[in-house]
Unconditional design. Structure first.
Length: 405
């Protein structure tokens, strides 16, 4: 589907980006390559066409994918969407111990202790957007610029004046790819004109002042674009190969931090299907069409996704796990929520935006009783175990560097 019309500030960004592409594409041909090839006897028109046709095809691919990135709606959450409650309930009431379950470890007795139901519900609480007052599907996030939740949101790009989400992510990756390819071709093409000075067997025509000016302009504009977009592309090609978004890479880091600090057990990222499967879910099953503009063959509808082998489908509704030690507000301090009744119908605590007060005194009266402390803990703090000692699962962030010394 198409997005809403651009605002005037967004029109400026899109115009500047389009002008930059146009300047590099037009001036390199009109003021550098055409005059040199047409006025040099040793070159034929067929050689000129053989040089410029691939370049213009690359320009067409850039503009086509850029247009699709800007005009395609990245994906809106359907009105009234709700998570699959059965998947969440099966996890919170299922016996623990399987892979990816955030059990606690009793280090004194070296055994795994299952978390309480309250702890499971706090970790696996359904994702809810307070700004939109609605549930968020897996991988969806709220964009403050667009003022809405976006399906499989990666980031908001000012150069596109749009979010990069489920429906335009493939266009975005193809746009980066063709910018890299065409800018590289552009630099080689302009450099051949410069390096022809050292061609001893051919005819050399000194460039005019105008040609020199445009050669400098093309180098000054193209080299930074290729370096910046190239570095950006490497990161996003990696994300596409591992089936993660920019936001999910931050979530994975946060989960690893909780694991390192002993708050939860090791948890597997649910969307990594293998490189080939990851790419086919985004670009389609035919690799010949992966680089073609407008080939929008991604898998699914943006509301539900395939998960890795050995992980139940409900894992996508539970990612990312919440921090069980994060301070929460008490029931008496919170205003009534429109989804409180819906939560209670499915056996969940009230307040979809916050979990129950798990540890400590805050909210004890409002919830009636406190959840038990983790096995071996004598304090509500996540940093003390046993006789006031530190949690043995705590690992300093520079532990690997210290071990190598």
């Amino acid at each position: 589907g198409r997005r809403k019309p651009l605002k005037w500030s967004e029109v400026i960004w899109v115009t500047l980006t389009s002008c930059l592409i146009s300047v590099l594409g037009v001036t390199s041909q009109v003021f550098i390559i055409w005059p040199y090839y047409l006025k040099t006897p040793s070159f034929s028109r067929s050689q000129l066409l053989a040089l410029l046709v691939p370049f213009n095809l690359g320009l067409f691919a850039i503009f086509a994918n850029y247009w699709l990135c800007v005009t395609t709606n990245p994906g809106d959450v359907p009105l009234g969407w709700e998570p699959e409650w059965e998947a969440l309930e099966s996890e919170t009431h299922a016996p623990s111990g399987h892979e990816g379950h955030p059990n606690y470890v009793d280090h004194a007795n070296d055994r795994v202790e299952p978390p309480t139901l309250e702890l499971k519900q706090a970790i696996y609480r359904p994702r809810y957007c307070k700004s939109c007052a609605a549930f968020k599907p897996p991988r969806a996030h709220h964009c403050k610029t667009c003022n809405k939740c976006v399906l499989r949101m990666d980031h908001h790009c000012p150069w596109l004046a749009n979010c990069v989400g489920f429906h335009n992510y493939a266009h975005f990756i193809r746009f980066l790819f063709w910018v890299d390819v065409t800018c590289t071709y552009h630099l080689v093409m302009v450099s051949l004109r410069v390096l022809d000075r050292f061609n001893s067997w051919g005819y050399w025509r000194e460039p005019t002042s105008r040609e020199m000016l445009w050669m400098v302009v093309n180098y000054v504009l193209c080299i930074p674009v290729l370096l910046l977009v190239g570095a950006f592309s490497i990161y996003h090609f990696y994300c596409a190969a591992t089936n993660q978004t920019t936001i999910e890479s931050w979530e994975k880091d946060r989960v690893q931090t909780m694991i390192r600090r002993g708050k939860i057990r090791k948890l597997k990222y649910p969307y990594h299907l293998g490189v080939i499967s990851n790419l086919t879910t985004t670009f389609g099953s035919n690799p010949l069409l992966w680089c073609m503009p407008a080939a929008n063959n991604q898998e699914g509808d943006g509301l539900k996704y395939r998960v890795a082998h050995g992980i139940d489908e409900g894992a996508q509704f539970r990612w990312p796990p919440k921090d069980p030690f994060k301070p929460t507000i008490g029931h008496s301090e919170r205003e009534p929520h429109p989804y409180d009744e819906l939560y209670s119908q499915h056996g969940w605590r009230e307040g979809p935006d916050q979990g129950p007060p798990l540890f400590g005194d805050a909210g004890a009266d409002s919830w009636g009783q406190l959840s038990p402390l983790p096995p071996g803990a004598t304090s509500p703090s996540p940093f003390t175990y046993g006789n006031g000692g530190f949690n043995p699962r705590l690992v300093p962030s520079n532990a690997d560097a210290l071990r190598r010394r």
